[in-house]
Ligand binder design. Structure first.
Ligand code: SF4
Length: 253
């Protein structure tokens, strides 16, 4: 295990940190604790920047409005989600699996599952359209319980980045005009997606959270790579404002 000393300057925000990282080959999902730590640091700095401008994040506990959106996750996170579910006790495990299965069935019935398989191949307009259709179905994330996330510590990176400074009431029917997303200095979720880049597939690798189990079942986890290489690639992407499949209402205007 090595310790990486990282100095980052993003959108005028600077911070230093030290992170343990393996020199040995590891699966990308093993890097998730490090990516979560970076996400937390970026969000803290972004919230401070917004506070200095006289605004605050208005998200409140027990508000699950975002959890009915199409939630884009990295392919490496699909294997993490599968493991989180595998470790759940019964009957909770079966309940969550049943919720996933119901949503997959609805997506198939509505002709959306095919559009959302390898969605990085689709145009931004196609994804915007299917995102709108997805939200109109008001399907709660399988992990949403009493309007709160039941896997809070393990939730995907993009769930951590969905914060707004507008009135939370607008989130029930979000539009580009009414939603003011918290501007964040860098999207760790997108940098994580880029760790799954494939040479002969020149598009962003991601999948909706609700298709995670389908993806993980049909695609073996990619071979491990040295942790130091993964961290270097992640930081490189973080500094380059990588392409991100954020739903339309959550894009900064
Ligand atoms: S994982 Fe948690 S935070 Fe993310 S959409 Fe599901 S319930 Fe919401």
């Amino acid at each position: 295990m090595a310790v990486a000393h990282v100095n980052i300057a993003l959108s005028g925000i600077e911070f230093q940190t030290q992170v343990p990282v393996s020199k040995k080959p590891v699966a990308t999902r093993i890097m998730l604790p490090v990516v979560r730590a970076f996400t937390g640091a970026i969000l803290n700095a972004s919230e401070k920047m917004v506070r200095d401008m006289g605004r605050t994040a208005s998200c409140k506990p027990a508000c699950g409005a975002c959890c009915r959106q199409l939630v884009p996750i990295a392919l490496s996170e699909t294997y993490e989600i599968r493991q989180v579910i595998e470790q759940m006790p019964e009957p909770r495990r079966s309940l969550i699996l049943e919720r996933f299965a119901q949503i997959v069935k609805t997506l198939q019935t509505n002709g959306m599952a095919e559009k959302l398989w390898e969605p990085g191949r689709r145009s931004e307009q196609e994804i915007d359209d299917v995102s709108g259709q997805y939200f109109s179905l008001q399907m709660a994330c399988p992990f949403l319980e009493d309007e709160s996330c039941s896997i809070y510590a393990d939730r995907p990176i993009i769930c951590r980045e969905f914060l707004v400074t507008s009135d939370p009431e607008f989130c029930k029917n979000p539009t580009k005009e009414t939603i003011r997303p918290l501007p964040i200095a860098a999207r760790a979720s997108a940098a994580l997606m880029h760790l799954d880049d494939v040479p002969d597939k020149p598009y962003l690798q991601w999948i909706p959270l609700t298709l995670a189990l389908e993806w993980a079942a049909k695609n073996p986890e990619p071979p491990p790579r040295p942790g130091t290489e993964l961290l270097g690639r992640f930081l490189d992407c973080l500094g380059k404002e990588p392409e991100s499949p954020v739903p339309p209402a959550m894009r900064a205007g």
